[in-house]
Write a new protein. Structure first.
Length: 264
């Protein structure tokens, strides 16, 4: 399995990060895309990438950070994004739920990162909360050339259709195990080539929510739920989502790694 969205540089992993990687390995997670979504996280994410050759990077400014980053950070971000291990820009988008930054600043950084993705030929990892319409409108206006993913997808079939016409994929994570009928329908009916697996660790632990901290080793629970919704085997689900991830992020890795039996 490929965990296409995790935050393993997060401080919540400081005391047992080596074991987190070890448990992920045992559970059949072969590759990670680490999201470095704020300036202070990027150096820690680079350090992780040096230690783990199977970890790729996505660098950007989360909408919640849009007011905190210095105005000249775009130049710094461009340099980070040129690093060989960087496969995407983000997570970027709009968050009108927490509203940690003024909407104007969020939109400015969102548009700047869309332009950066176009300039460097990198896909976008999109975060939106309570801002689906505004986020899709900007994407439909700008039409990012290298596509991207609506991370933590929790919307319905209409959003699937709009994402599809943008050439975007859907990040399927822990939320799919929470039992939302509209999301279940969307995941069941979405084109197979749109589906990606992600944890968003340390956030959004899949059911049963007992650990209070998500980690990539739990990705099998997401895979199992996706497999059940689609009527696919665990192996098929891993193969299809893995191909989709390699295609979108142009990961320089071969396919075919299967989770050990029982891990799903
Ligand atoms: Zn995230």
């Amino acid at each position: 399995m490929i965990d296409t969205h995790c935050h393993l540089a997060d401080r919540r992993f400081d005391r047992d990060r080596a074991q987190v990687f070890e448990r992920a390995h045992i559970a059949g997670v072969t590759h990670f895309i680490e999201i470095a979504h704020a300036p202070e996280i990027v150096p820690r994410a680079h350090a992780l990438a040096r230690e783990h050759p199977n970890l790729f990077l996505c660098v950007g400014v989360h909408p919640g950070e849009a007011a905190a980053v210095p105005a000249d950070y775009l130049e710094v971000l461009r340099d980070h994004a040129r690093h060989a291990r960087v496969v995407a820009i983000g997570e970027t988008g709009l968050d009108f739920y927490r509203n940690r930054a003024p909407r104007e600043a969020q939109e400015r950084w969102f548009r700047a990162q869309i332009a950066l993705g176009d300039e460097l030929g990198l896909p976008l990892v999109i975060h939106q909360r309570s801002a689906l319409e505004e986020t899709l409108a900007i994407l439909e206006e700008t039409r990012p050339a290298a596509g991207g993913v609506l991370h933590c997808f929790d919307d319905g079939l209409t959003a699937v259709g709009r994402a599809r016409s943008l050439g975007f994929k859907l990040g399927i994570g822990g939320v799919v195990t929470y039992g939302h009928p509209a999301l279940d329908d969307a995941v069941r009916d979405a084109p197979a080539e749109m589906l990606l697996l992600e944890t968003d660790a340390p956030y959004l632990e899949p059911e049963p929510r007992t650990a209070r901290r998500n980690e990539p080793a739990l990705l099998g629970r997401v895979l199992a739920r996706l497999a059940a919704l689609r009527g696919w085997s665990a192996e098929e689900t891993d193969r299809i989502t893995g191909e989709n991830a390699r295609e979108l992020f142009r990961l320089p890795i071969a396919g075919g790694a299967l989770p050990p039996s029982g891990s799903a």
